[in-house]
Each structure stands twice: as structure tokens, then as C-alpha cells.
Ligand binder design. Structure first.
Ligand code: NAD
Length: 349
């Protein structure tokens, strides 16, 4: 599939059903690895992109956000929500869809579900970062928060970092059981734990992925030993964090886009000039990653628009020649571009 203007203004659309079929067609771990490659490639050409903190509309219950970016040839955006109380009503905390468009003529070239894709791209980003920052030989991860993202996070760490064992903890034992069940037979040792401390025993990677719209303290200072890599996913909104400030003070902090992370990430608890390293600089060799075995590296993940752009690019490049999309009649396409009204009149019943 190309981004060239087509004579028919039909837009490929990937539904949830087709996204799931595509994941199974490619295989979940190869797809996580492929997404990570696309994300890493786009992080390496970081300076090409238009960048802005996402545009958030907050309510007491949650947030709705738009995440736009462009590399000058292709434009993309994601619509995404975050509503921690949704699960109690049988709804997802996070749902999303996104679009790619041709910058040259402004025509959309892909519309896609992004609820499943966001879980995949978030996990791929986490693992891509851990591959560069986690201590050598890391093979055990504590997974604190066993909700919708947790299995994706675990499998991406297996595919990219060589994870062998995942130690699950959720405040809700039913969530821990669900994740343990889903991960059975996937090539990981899975240990369900009753406390976060138990989950962290022997873990070199600690992923926090909880959902609560408050300054929570999932990790207190005394829970975190030296030399670990923390992959902090759940603190991603003003007033919504997971780590004690003391953990941040002892860590070397890596972020996606500081202008957004200072508003939304764990570092909203720190002074506005607290030093952070941008992950794209590590990937392009402009800044060091982990520099010692004792260092605590912390990826303060909030999710940035370029990751969604990369994920949509991956989907665009992999649906060509498959049956995993349908063409949508989304754009009015009169034969004479100035005769929009005539086209409407000719459609009269
Ligand atoms: P979810 O609601 O499906 O799962 C969250 C889990 O956290 C639930 O099972 C809940 O019981 C558990 N939890 C809440 N408080 C806890 C505590 N104190 N200790 C242990 N477990 C606790 O949500 P999800 O879709 O898995 O998303 C998890 C978080 O990740 C959300 O906050 C979401 O906003 C965030 N997120 C971040 C990114 C990113 O790019 N950084 C992307 C997607 C989601």
C-alpha cells in the first residue's frame, strides 16, 4: 500500500476484528518486535517531527486526548481516553482510534482502531527502552498492575529483552489470576504474588501499570534496590502518579518528550528543571543510557504521539495484500471537485 493519491477516495479501515486477525496472522511476538523496530526508527529521526504535548480534556472521571504529529510527508493523530473507573462499569480504561494522512494533499490514507494497537505499541515502546537501559542479563520482571496492558508488557519484554519470568501483583486478585491464566503456555514462568514486595523479589525490571486518578504510591523508596530498571507506565496524567518522589530522586530518568512528561509523568512531582534524558538521544548516541550496574534507570512513560504514528505506519505497511481491512467511503469525491453540490443533487432519491 502506498501513500500516493488514489483516483478513488476510499480510505482503508482496520476494525478491532481485523486488527486481532492481523496480530494472529503476523504472530504477537513478531508483531511486538516489528512495532519496536518502527518506533525505534522514528525515535532516531526525532528532529524531523512536529511535536506538541497532547491536547487533553480533563474531567473528574478521566481524560480525552488528541495526539497529533507529522514527519513532513505523513500526518497522524490518535484519539484516546483514560477513565480508570470504567472497568467497574464493564468498559475499558483506555480506548483509541487513529488516522494517517498524506501531507501532500491532506487525504487520509488509513483509519484504524487503536485500543489493541495502543496496548501493543505501549508494550513495544517499554521493551525497546528496556533493551537499551535494563541491566545486562535481566530476565525477571515484577508486573505491578495486571490489567489490560499487563500481558502485552510481559510478552514484549520476552520478545525484545529475553524475559524468562514475570511476577504478577494486582490489588485485585481476580486481575492477577486473569493475567496469570492468559500468560500460561506463552513461554514465560508466571508467578502470581500476594504483595508488591513479593512480586519484586529477584526482579531486575519493575513495571508499574496501575490505573488510579490520584498521586498513588505503588513503589515506596525502601522497596526499590539498586541496579534495577523501572518501567513506569501508569502515571500519565496531571495528578496521576505511581512512584514515591524518593524513588525518582535516586533514579536516572529517561523520558519521551519532556514538554509532555513534565505535565503528565512521574516527574510532575519534581522541580521543573530536574534533569531528564530524552530517549531519542540515547538511541542516536547523543546521550548515555545506563552507565553503571548499581544505577537505577527509570523510564517515565506517558505515551507520545510519535509512537502511535510509528504503529499506524507499521499497520499501513502490513495490511497491503491482506484481507484485514475494508475500504471506507469516508471522503466526498465528486468527479468535478468544485461540484460538491451537484453530486449531492444527483444523489437525490
Ligand atoms: P486497567 O484498568 O485495565 O488495569 C489497571 C490495573 O491496576 C487494575 O487491574 C487495577 O486493579 C490495578 N491497580 C490499581 N491500583 C493498584 C495498586 N495500588 N496496586 C496494584 N494494582 C493496582 O488499565 P490498563 O489499560 O492496564 O492501563 C494501566 C495504566 O497504564 C493506566 O493508568 C493507563 O492510563 C496507563 N497507560 C499508559 C500508557 C503509556 O503509554 N504510558 C499507555 C496505555 C495505558
Amino acid at each position: 500500500m502506498t501513500l500516493a493519491p488514489s483516483d478513488k477516495a476510499l480510505v482503508p479501515f482496520v476494525s478491532v476484528d481485523n486488527m486481532m486477525k492481523l496480530v494472529h496472522h503476523i504472530g504477537i511476538e513478531p508483531m511486538l518486535a516489528g512495532l519496536a523496530d518502527y518506533i525505534e526508527a522514528d525515535f532516531r529521526r526525532w528532529n524531523l517531527f512536529d511535536k506538541t504535548p497532547r491536547i487533553a480534556s480533563h474531567s473528574d472521571e478521566g481524560v480525552i486526548e488528541l495526539m497529533p504529529t507529522s514527519d513532513g510527508e505523513v500526518y497522524g493523530f490518535k484519539y484516546v481516553n483514560g477513565h480508570p473507573k470504567n472497568t467497574k462499569a464493564g468498559l475499558q480504561t483506555v480506548t483509541a482510534f487513529g488516522l494517517l494522512a498524506n501531507v501532500g494533499n491532506g487525504y487520509p490514507v488509513l483509519l484504524s482502531e487503536m485500543t489493541v494497537l495502543t496496548a501493543l505499541r505501549t508494550a513495544a515502546t517499554s521493551a525497546m527502552v528496556a533493551k537499551h537501559l535494563a541491566p545486562k542479563g535481566a530476565d525477571t520482571m515484577a508486573m505491578i498492575g495486571a490489567g489490560a496492558q499487563s500481558e502485552f508488557q510481559s510478552l514484549a519484554m520476552k520478545a525484545l529483552v529475553g524475559l524468562k519470568s514475570v511476577r504478577l501483583y494486582d490489588i485485585d486478585p481476580a486481575a492477577t489470576e486473569k493475567a496469570a491464566r492468559n500468560l500460561t503456555g506463552m513461554g514465560l514462568e508466571v508467578v502470581a504474588c500476594r504483595t508488591p514486595e513479593a512480586a519484586m523479589e529477584g526482579a531486575q525490571i519493575i513495571t508499574t501499570c496501575t490505573a488510579d486518578k490520584q498521586y498513588a504510591t505503588i513503589l515506596t523508596d525502601n522497596m526499590v534496590g539498586s541496579g534495577v530498571h523501572i518501567n513506569a507506565i501508569g502515571g500519565d496524567c496531571p495528578g496521576k502518579t505511581e512512584l514515591a518522589a524518593g524513588v525518582l530522586q535516586r533514579s536516572t530518568i529517561f523520558v519521551e518528550y519532556p514538554e509532555q512528561t513534565r505535565i503528565e509523568g512521574e516527574i510532575q512531582q519534581l522541580a521543573p528543571d530536574h534533569p531528564v534524558t530524552e530517549m531519542w538521544q540515547v538511541l542516536s548516541g547523543e546521550a548515555p543510557g545506563r552507565t553503571s550496574a548499581e544505577q537505577i534507570t527509570l523510564f517515565d512513560s506517558v505515551g507520545f504521539a510519535i509512537e502511535d504514528f510509528s504503529a499506524l505506519r507499521y499497520i499501513r505497511d502490513h495490511i497491503g495484500g491482506t484481507e484485514y481491512y475494508m475500504d471506507l467511503d469516508l471522503l466526498a469525491d465528486p468527479d468535478d471537485p468544485r461540484d460538491l453540490f451537484g453530486m449531492l443533487q444527483r444523489a437525490a432519491p
